[in-house]
Design a protein around this ligand. Sequence first.
Ligand code: SF4
Ligand code: ZN
Ligand code: ZN
Length: 317
Amino acid sequence: MVKCARCPRPAVIKIRYSKMHLCDHHFSEYLVERVKRTMERYDMVGRGDEILIAASGGKDSASLVHMLADLSHEMEYSVIGLHIDLGIGDYSERCSAKAVKLFEEVNIPYIVLDLRRILGHGIPELSRKIRRKACSLCGIVKRYLMNLTANACRASKIATGHTMEDLAQYIIKAFLLQDQEQLSRLKPVTKGRNGLIGRIKPLCEITERETFTYAYVNHLPFTYEECPMFRERTLDAEIRSFIKRMQYERPSIVISLIRRQSEVLADRSAKNLIKCAYCGMPSSTSPCAFCKILIKLGREPEDVINRVYEIAEQMSR
Ligand code: SF4
Ligand code: ZN
Ligand code: ZN
């Protein structure tokens, strides 16, 4: 039995960069401290911030909700949970149940948006109706609704559970495809402007193995299931397996990539923003990607905006 480096209890994980074994208690303590240092390093939050945390029901966002709620008193910010029920059959029902259970357990105010009530359809039907791949549609809808909800509940930041692997994958892919616009946005922090609420990724230096272990040892409600709509592209799978190999063979190289990326590239996305003529939100096109979906569905942006504002108002604080 390998013992914890800080006490006589059995270790549950070996931290690769520091070659240190830790027990469940000391690992949780260590990980929360690392997330705190990450938030300080990138100046993610300030005193009085109100952070909307997006939780999908999976391990990464469950760990994020738990850690941010834990640090909120010490770092003097407040948190609100957000779960979007994507209407993907039983899978979404199980995800929603886990997310709500988590919000209740950590005792934070929360909002649940059900796509079928907001847009009349879940992701599978929307994908068929609009004739667009489920994941690209889902990305547009989630990004828009997160921002709208943050505005509706006057949140100053949106926190998402992107891990080190997620961010590294997006950076490498954008670099290979030379998508400079995308590359400039792939940072741990993006600033807010004109109704576009700033985003933070407090887990950007934490691995998936660590979020899983954290969620597991803290008995957090989360689902192990993968979304049934998920279809990984070959390029994404190849990049992912390269990152995994690097994390094993050279554990610090992926963190260096994320840190260097955030230093070298300025956020260029702000320059090209215009106002969507339909919903009034900042976007690179008019109509924005979300309003293009609404137009195809024959829906008015006001209906969606009013519905989300009503739900946000009903939230108990
Ligand atoms: Fe949405 Fe695709 Fe992720 Fe499923 S796999 S939650 S459809 S982005
Ligand atoms: Zn210990
Ligand atoms: Zn719009």
